[in-house]
Ligand binder design. Structure first.
Ligand SMILES: Cc1cc2nc3c(=O)[nH]c(=O)nc-3n(C[C@H](O)[C@H](O)[C@H](O)COP(=O)(O)OP(=O)(O)OC[C@H]3O[C@@H](n4cnc5c(N)ncnc54)[C@H](O)[C@@H]3O)c2cc1C
Length: 427
């Protein structure tokens, strides 16, 4: 069977060691079979193991092979659509519950890192940077909104203050969230896998789920084995393909690209980002960046609808980096990679159950580092019979992409072009 390695990235090159995790070759029986070893799958597995469930995780490639091992590493609170939009769509009661959970994912990450001693270069502090006065106005109302839900570690930055935290002339202001921050994403997910194993959980790599036999006693089939389980959690996100056809119509895999410069040296790194916060701008098609532990600039941006891998990533992302930091014009790019996230039309996560025993969470639409950690907790609660928080997500309405599977990519690209124009002209 093919052995799928990590894509070449800065993260793969600086990953902490991990034990071999052989492919499933038997028929096994467990309480919960988790499909996918990214943050969603492993966060679920950890919460379940901590609550006495037996868990087997099947991973098609390697732990963290998907978005969890390739992302920008930014711990961003809340969801890809904010709570006011949720409130307008589903009403105040459900919005209240979702609002209360919007900042829990970041806390879960920090608890996991502390409890399981995960070495993933965790740093506190994330900045939302406004390019236009309109975006700044939006940040001001976002701060008021988040404070309504008890999130108080926020500071508005005027033009002078934002220059003190990021050496970029584009910004008119911003907002600092000290409960945001950044991590080495692959080392976080590898640490979580080790935590799962320390509690007796079993992870099989190179073991794609190829078929789910549904029913009262569901069975997940891999090319060489089977897992019989009481429950299944589907956590394959943008890499799941058509394993669960009813989920595919309402979500679309999209690619986004990241580059890592050569190490900048302490002095230049400190000039760019003196407090070592991560930054994302407020555009619809946003740029995001931060320093790595060895002082590279990790810079991401752009979206490829339909998740085709672009031929020359550096050619797409380097100009964005130079627009923000022209002072880096002579700096070499050491790594460039792409990864897929899963977009939904509402940009809210797609959560639910199929029958009584197949649960899923996917589609957090770009901002998923915190949400996926929360999702694991909420899924585990549902399997323990406490489904109130799970249902608050499961009841969010989702609609198919216009044009179906064939035309959803051009339609979404058209939408993004429109929003890109709005960003450009500051609407
Ligand atoms: C380049 C990039 C940058 C990003 N930057 C940020 C950021 O800075 N901040 C932020 O909040 N979010 C960011 N995101 C989004 C975030 O990374 C994701 O939302 C999150 O990691 C999704 O986690 P997941 O576990 O649901 O999915 P994934 O991490 O994609 O994991 C799914 C796993 O399931 C496996 N799998 C799929 N199908 C099967 C199968 N049939 N059988 C077995 N295994 C299967 C895959 O191999 C994969 O390992 C970014 C995403 C990308 C791609």
């Amino acid at each position: 069977m093919a052995n799928t390695p990590y894509p070449e990235s800065y993260y793969a090159a600086s990953a902490n060691g991990a034990p071999p995790r052989p492919a499933l070759q038997d028929d096994v029986e467990t309480d919960v079979c988790v499909i996918g070893a990214g943050y969603t799958g492993l966060s679920s597995a950890l919460f379940l193991l901590e609550n006495g469930f037996r868990v087997t995780v099947l991973e098609a490639a390697k732990v963290g092979f998907g978005a969890s091992g390739r992302n920008g590493g930014q711990i961003v609170n809340s969801y890809s659509r904010d709570i006011d939009v949720i409130e307008r769509s589903v009403g105040p009661k459900q919005a209240q519950l979702l609002g209360q959970m919007a900042f829990e994912g970041g806390r879960i990450i920090r608890e996991r890192v502390a409890k399981y001693n995960i070495q993933c270069d965790l740093k506190d502090g994330g900045v939302f940077a406004a390019i236009t006065a309109k975006q700044m106005g939006h940040l001001e109302s976002q701060k008021r909104l988040w404070e309504r839900f008890g999130h108080t570690q926020l500071e508005l930055l005027d033009q002078r203050r934002i220059r003190e935290v990021v050496a970029c002339d584009q910004y008119v202001g911003g907002m600092l969230d000290m409960s945001g921050g950044h991590i080495h994403p692959l080392n976080l997910v590898l640490g979580e896998a080790a935590a799962v194993e320390s509690l007796g959980g079993i992870i099989h790599e190179q073991s794609p789920a190829v078929r789910i036999e549904r029913g009262a006693n569901p069975v997940v089939h891999t090319p060489q084995g089977k897992v019989r389980a009481k429950f299944i959690i589907v956590a394959g996100n943008a890499y799941i393909g058509n394993l669960v056809p009813e989920l595919a119509a309402k979500s679309m895999p999209c690619g986004t690209q990241v580059i890592a410069t050569e190490p900048l040296g302490d002095e230049l790194a400190k000039r760019l980002l003196p407090q070592d916060y991560c930054v994302e701008d407020c555009n619809y098609l946003l740029d995001y960046y931060r320093l790595s532990a060895d002082k590279r600039l990790i810079f991401g941006g752009g979206v490829v609808y339909g998740a085709r891998d672009p031929a020359n990533i550096e050619a797409i992302i380097r100009p964005k980096m130079l627009k923000a930091f022209p002072q880096l014009k002579d700096v070499k790019i050491d790594y460039a990679w792409t990864g897929n996230f899963l977009l939904t039309l509402s940009r809210l996560p797609q959560v639910g159950r199929l029958g009584d025993n197949i649960y899923y969470s996917q589609g957090c639409s770009g901002h998923g580092v915190t949400y996926t950690h929360l999702a694991g907790k909420v899924l585990a609660e549902a399997l323990r019979g406490q489904a109130e928080r799970f249902d608050a997500f499961a009841d969010l309405p989702h609609y198919p992409f216009p044009g179906g599977q064939l035309l959803r990519t051009p339609f979404a690209a058209l939408g993004a072009w429109y929003y890109g124009l709005r960003d450009k002209f500051g609407y």
